[in-house]
Design a protein around this ligand. Structure first.
Ligand SMILES: [Zn+2]
Ligand SMILES: [Zn+2]
Length: 161
């Protein structure tokens, strides 16, 4: 899948936090959906659609598409993709006991809105990683290697940090 970068209408601060979403970030999705229905092609994968009633060929494409525009939808997609299983300890849990967070912290250059940089973690593992990251940051913050980078709190809501 092509890796979408946040549209220019999203203002991201130096620490990677999203500072402002212009209206365009939401209306752009609506525009794409309208075009897709007109062309009878799935707005996410481009496959031709049997009808023009929806712009999506499947629920999966619907979730994926929403994920480009809304964090909450990205969250539900990632939970489903990871089968509600913590990627760190491998334990399957209920959605409300799971967080979705960034594999490479946004502040360290990780992509904020790409599925490839998102993973499902349980609350316990998330707390542990956050604590480890904070400790490293306090001790002068050697940049961790991407492979073992500490995980940042998600854009909003998903973290207790
Ligand atoms: Zn599709
Ligand atoms: Zn875990």
């Amino acid at each position: 899948m092509a890796r979408p970068s946040p549209p220019p209408s999203v203002r991201v601060g130096p620490n990677g936090r999203i500072l402002a979403l212009s209206v365009a970030w939401f209306t752009e999705g609506a525009r794409l959906r309208t075009e897709a229905r007109r062309a009878a092609r799935c707005v996410e994968c481009g496959r031709s659609l049997p009808s023009r009633r929806t712009p999506y060929c499947s629920r999966k494409c619907q979730w994926k598409f929403h994920g480009h525009f809304f964090w909450d939808s990205a969250r539900s997609y990632v939970l489903l993709r990871d089968r509600y299983t913590c990627r760190l300890c491998g334990v399957r849990r209920r959605a409300r006991e799971l967080d979705v967070d960034h594999i490479v912290e946004v502040a360290l250059g990780g992509a904020a809105l790409e599925y490839s940089n998102l993973q499902t973690v349980c609350r316990t593992c998330h707390r542990e990683k956050t604590r480890a990251f904070n400790a490293r940051a306090r001790s002068g913050g050697a940049r961790p290697e991407p492979a073992e980078a500490a995980v940042a709190p998600s854009e909003r809501g998903a973290s207790e940090a």
